[in-house]
Every structure is written in structure tokens, then in C-alpha cells.
Design a protein around this ligand. Sequence first.
Ligand code: GLN
Ligand code: ZN
Length: 729
Amino acid sequence: MRIYAYGFPRIGKNREYKKSIESFWKKEIASETLKSELEKLDFQRSETYKKYDAKYPIGEMTLYDNMLDAAVMLGLYENSNLDDYYGFCRGVKALEMRKWFNTNYHYLVPEFDKNFSPSSFKSVKKKLLSALKSNPDGVSYLIGPYTFLKLSKGIKKKNLPEYMSALAGVYCELVKDLGDVHIDEPAFVTDVRKSDVLMIKEAYKKITSANKNIFLFSYYESCGFVQELYDLPLKGIGLDFVNGQKNLSAIKKYGFPDDKILIAGIVNGRNVWKTDVLKSVKFLKKLSKYAKNIMISNASPLYHLPVTVKGEESLSDGIFSSLAFAEERLYELKLIADCCSGVVSQEAKTYNTQSLATAENPAIKSRVASLSKDDFIKSVPLELRRKKQQDILNLPLFPTTTIGSFPQTKEVRSKRADFRAGRITKEEYGAFIREKIRGLVEYQLEAGLDVLVHGEYERTDMVEFFAEKLDGIATTKNGWIISYGTRGYRPPIIYGDVSRPAPMSVEEISFAQSISSKPVKGMLTGPVTIISWSFAREDIPISEVAYQIALCLQDEIKDYEKSGIKIVQIDEPAFREKAPIKKKNWPDYFEWAVNSFNLASMSLPETQIHTHMCYSAFGEIIDQINRMDFDKITIEASRSRGDIIKSFEKINFRRQIGIGVWDIHSPKVPSVKEMEKIVKRSLKVIPKENFWINPDCGLKTRDWPETKESLKNLVALALKLRQKFGSVK
Ligand code: GLN
Ligand code: ZN
């Protein structure tokens, strides 16, 4: 049985990817050096594939993002050198970023323009052809036209067939004489309309007329029209059998054609638990009743996993021996392949017999088990809460606030590194953080902000910080994955029952409050985001994991309340992203997602609960958001110029809302006028009494000079609005 592997992480064992690109940006290395560094990484990757006798794609390496590469290949963006290219990734010309399917990878969103250039692909083709020479087992890698168009913007539904057919023409030329070709079409697993299926078939009929050696991949879910692909002269079809259970039903129902290869994705590309090797062998036996030619593969690209578990030996035994990252997935494929072609080795038999070190916590288990409906519904209605809160807070009209973090300067990062390396003591580090908080509180008071934050200086990352404080969640030393471009994060691993051995952030928040005459927000990351940006256990329902985390947050809020905190913000930026790809699975998801938020925020009625959700791309889920029982939400509005407000019109939104008038993803300082425009438009929908003024998101990636300028304008805007609307409090 042959192995097919793809999507191995490009980040490198020691994050060489990040380091070389960022050195190039800082002009520390030349473009030639950068190119050769990335070639080296690419070479290491093919060597890894080869080590496991896999067939594999070539051309997966990107300078930043594969969607941008496809856009450049189609001539949508002029790109004559690396500075041009990186101009589309960062800075004033940067393309918008969106989440890639239901993952935490952000891709750059191309703006499709029908005047794309049909000959720009030639340099890509040349490169692929030359790479093939040194990779006889290589398969040329491409993003498919359907996925590309579905994920681009600027396309009206009615124009899709025309563009699809135009792109099919380009792909024909591109794949001609290219040998074996790997085409990724993850958009096949979304809810694809019947008319789109016909359109896809038309396009691929054309493309396969130029080259019959095409391997077509879908992943992250099941493809709802597998049998339709049988009509096409494809060489292979890659399917996800881990997260796409319905794929098996389709094969059972329709069989699988003898003239094609089924590339069966059987090891998980999205989570880290070892594969049950013997079970996979059994599964393949079953599958081979329906399909004659099978290759085995990872079920989705491996870049959602860190490179290797090697180096993580300091994790407890039970956890370490339960894990498989990208490289270990390839090893598993090899084990499975060996079992299929001969005897079942001892190694295969004992591979995953270790039992997982589940940190059992009967107390939290029974708290979750005894939850009833009332635990999710606040007894004091919104209006009454509003009054109680306003009496205490006494905020002016158009209150101003920020989202939480302030610039994480070099100084902050290097002090943290010192602390972690033991160069400074816990006390010294604590004193440093307190000084930072003190400075920030003083600055915010002076700047005239109404609701203050403590700045999140003690946090590396909004999920990892809480993961380190909670029991039942492990963090890794080097388990980096890319969230976008060169930005990496280390997803924690939720392996057991989650509980809170001690308060997590009360010290910092209450210190900030103790030196402030204005309210300081308690700052928490919500259950959905903690789960979504971690690897979660799969042995209990995900709702239970969420409720365990929610109870920990609820306890934290109680501790905040005891120390005089009046406002708590629970960030849920992953609330939309975690929604299942297929809409029919939405009700189940939103049930636990909304419940877990409401459970976490079960505070005193006097405590004002805020939530924050970075993006505006949630027009579709506005009803679900409205079921979350917060008092105030902050959302992005500057990039969409306030378009998002329309969604709130639909639901007769009665709660408070903070419109993100400053796009913090850019160093540009917003003028009072620009921000006012957004407010004006939003005020048509939201009553002025419910309106807050704040930036889009946290300021940790910004620098101080632009932060100060921008906040000055933001406060000036609020004063102007108060004057205009007759309240100068
Ligand atoms: N409170 C967080 C911050 O300000 C929120 C970040 C986010 O939503 N991504 O950094
Ligand atoms: Zn945000």
C-alpha cells in the first residue's frame, strides 16, 4: 500500500520560516538569501516525505500564503519582486485576511477581477517543471479554481460560471505536460449547490482533457458529491475519512471506480492524538471491498499540526506518549502501510496502547453533570441589569474604551524571556509587570478614556496564558503552527478535566483597579476560543469540555467581583470560525457555544459583561450572537466601513455595542473625521445611548506613537459626539 502525504508544515523545526522572512523584512538578509533559505526548508520537507516512501506534492512552499500565490499566478496582482509581493501581505496595500475554512489559519483574500492575465502562470509552470526533475515522485501542487473563486471577493453569484470556465481554460494550459498534478479543492466540502456541481464538472472535464494525471483533494469534511466526480477522467480522488464520516457512506453506496485511485485520508490532520493503527488497518480492509486501488494519506494538510513531538519529552509520560504531530502522522502511515502489506508488527500492536493521562477531576465533572437550564439563564433581565450597572458605573454618553492589550514592546518580550529562562525571579517579573500596568493606567486616565484595561502585559497569548494556569491543559515548548504569514502560536493541549487551581488574573486586574479612579475591565478568553485555538480531547463530548472551562471562568469572575471589579470582558474571536463547515451541523454547535458563554458569564447583575469578536464576517450568525447574554459587544467596523451594522438592524438589537472605528491591523492613524463617518452610519441603526467608541481589536501588535495619536483622536471623537448630542458629562 502506497503512502501519499501533503501539507507538511513549512514553519521548520526551529521556526526557520519565520526567522528568515522577518530578517528579510528587517533588511538583515538579501532576497537571494531568503530564497535559498526557503528552498532549504522545502528540500527538508521533501526529504521527510521521502523518508516514509510517500508520493508528495512539490511547489507547496510559499513566501507567505498560497492563496496570494494563486492570485499572483493568475495575474491579479503585479509582482515583479519580493517587495511587491510582501506589499500585498502587510502595510497599507495589504489584502484583507480571512479564516481558512474552520481553521485558525488566515489566508489573504484576493479581489477577483475578470481581467486577470491568462499567461502569468508561465513562470510557475517553469518552476514546477524544473522541480519535477529532482523529484521523480513529485506531484505538481495547485489550488483548484473552484476553491480559489469561492474564497476570493468581488464575485457575484451569477458571474461564477463564467469565471470558472475562464479559469478552467487557464488551468488547461497550466496542467498540460505537467505530469502528475495535485489539485486542492477544500471548498468541495462546503454546502455546494447542485448548479455548482454541474459547473465544477464542466470545468474539470476541460482541465482533464489537457492532463489525465490529476489527483483531486477535498478535506476538513465530507464531499457531498463524490459520485459525481467518478464521471471525470481523474487519476485519483483524495478524501478525508477522519472529519468527513459521510465519505465512507458515499463509497459504500456508490462504490469506487476501478480506473481511479482512492487516496484515503485516515490519519488526523487537525488533532494530535495518536492514531489507533490496528483500527485503521481494519478500516482499510473494509474500504478495499469497495475500492480496488487505494493509497493512504493524512486526512487534511499537516500544517495544522506542529512539526514533531520530539523535544516535548518534558510533558508528563501519559501526555507525551499519546501525541502525534505532523512527522509522527507520516510514521503512522508507514506503520499502517506495512501492516497492510504483510505482517502486523509488534510496534503496530503496541503503538497506541498507552492509556491517556486524563487528569480526572470528579469535582468539576459533577458540577457539569448537575447543570440545569437555570444555570445558563440570568435571572435578572437585561433592562434591570442595565440600570443597576449604570448607577454604579455612571458612564458618559459614547463611553470610550480599548479591547485589552497595549503594545507588546521588545522590553516586555525580553523581560518575559528572562523570567522564563530563570534570569530574573518571579518577584522581579511581577514587579516589572506591575510597573507596566501602573504606567498604562496613568496614561489612560490622562488620555481621557472612560473604561480602562490593564494592558495584558503578562500574557504571551490570550489562550496560552489561561492554558498555563488551568489544570487539565498542557502547553508545549516548541509546538508552533502558523496562524498567518510568519505569525505562529503554540496551541495548548486539552487532555483532561479542566479546573482552576487558583485565580488566574485577579492579581493584575485588581492591582490596576486599585490605582484607578475609573473602572478597569477584567479580561478573559471565552471557552469557544480556548477550545478552538487548542487541541482538544475527544473522549468526552466537546460541550462538556466547554462547560468545564466556562465554570473556571465563572469562578474567576466571582473572584473579580470580590475584589471590586465592575466590568468583565470575555473575548470570543473564534466564535464564528469554530462553526462547522456544513450548516446542518450548526444547531448542535451553537447550542454548546452559546451555552458555554452564558455559563461563563453568570455574574452578579451589577457586573457588566462585555464580549469581543474581532471580525465583522458574522452577518450570518447574528441570531446566534443575540442569544449570548452579554451587556455589550465590540465588533470590527472600520474595514467594512460600518456595513456590519446592517445585521444588527435585522434583529432589533437592544444591547450596547462598541463599534471598532480604528483598524488596528494597520499602522495608519485614523482621523476624527474618518471615524465619525462610521459612527454616523451606525447611529442610524443603534440608539446613541447604546453606543461605545473603541478600536477594532487589541493593540499588542501596534507601536506606541501611533497608539497615542489614534487614541487621542478617538477620545476627541467621543467628546465631539457628546457635545453634539447634548451631554457633556
Ligand atoms: N483582549 C484581547 C486583546 O486585546 C483580544 C484579542 C483578540 O480578540 N484577538 O489583545
Ligand atoms: Zn479582536
